[in-house]
Design a protein around this ligand. Structure first.
Ligand code: SF4
Length: 184
């Protein structure tokens, strides 16, 4: 009798207004990735360069970064609609993080400072229609779509990513020691 094919957990990852540090931490699981890869398949992710989650959807979506522009909102809504479980990963996705430091400043003032500053050689505001308009404030993920779980940290430690994925494979609760529940 032939062995039934192993059903792998399908995972998608995406970065919005983040620095890719959370993705780097995911890769920091190092050699454990070789074990994990026997049980998971990556769908949309910077790791695969796939730009949209498959229409058939995935089991888990890991989202890094908050939302700073219109494009982030569109990307997040599609991502959410195709992930059974959405995990907001890191301080930017959970609270807006470093990009949200701009939230106390009007957008017009920010643009003026960035593009029309006195020290620039050729000051001008970029007007390419492909550039997505900025939101008035940088938003955390949960203010735009429902979030199922969060993984804290800036970035969350690699061991926390590993535990999240292993617990999902083994269909058990995630167990994180205090040292891996960092909020810094
Ligand atoms: Fe980068 Fe930290 Fe934001 Fe992750 S939480 S995207 S590591 S700034």
């Amino acid at each position: 009798m032939s062995t039934p094919p192993v059903t792998k957990l399908r995972i998608a990852t995406c970065s919005l207004a983040g620095c890719f540090g959370c993705h780097m931490s995911l890769l920091d699981v190092d050699e454990a990735l070789a074990d994990l890869i026997e049980h998971i398949d990556f769908d949309r992710s910077p790791l695969t360069d796939i730009k949209h989650v498959s229409e058939t959807g995935v089991d888990i979506g890991l989202i890094e970064g908050g939302l700073c522009n219109r494009d982030n909102v569109d990307v997040l809504r599609e991502f959410r609609s195709r992930c059974k479980v959405l995990v907001a990963v890191g301080a930017c996705a959970m609270y807006g993080g470093v990009p949200a430091l701009r939230n106390g400043i009007p957008v017009a003032e920010l643009i003026e400072e960035a593009y029309l500053g006195a020290d620039l050689l050729n000051p001008q505001v970029p007007l390419d229609p492909e550039l997505p308009p900025l939101l008035k404030q940088v938003l955390p993920v949960h203010e735009v779509v429902p979030v199922d779980y969060t993984l804290a940290g800036c970035p969350p430690p690699a061991a926390a990513f590993r535990e999240l994925i292993m617990a999902s494979i083994e269909q058990r609760p995630v167990v994180l020691p205090e040292a891996e529940r960092r909020f810094d």
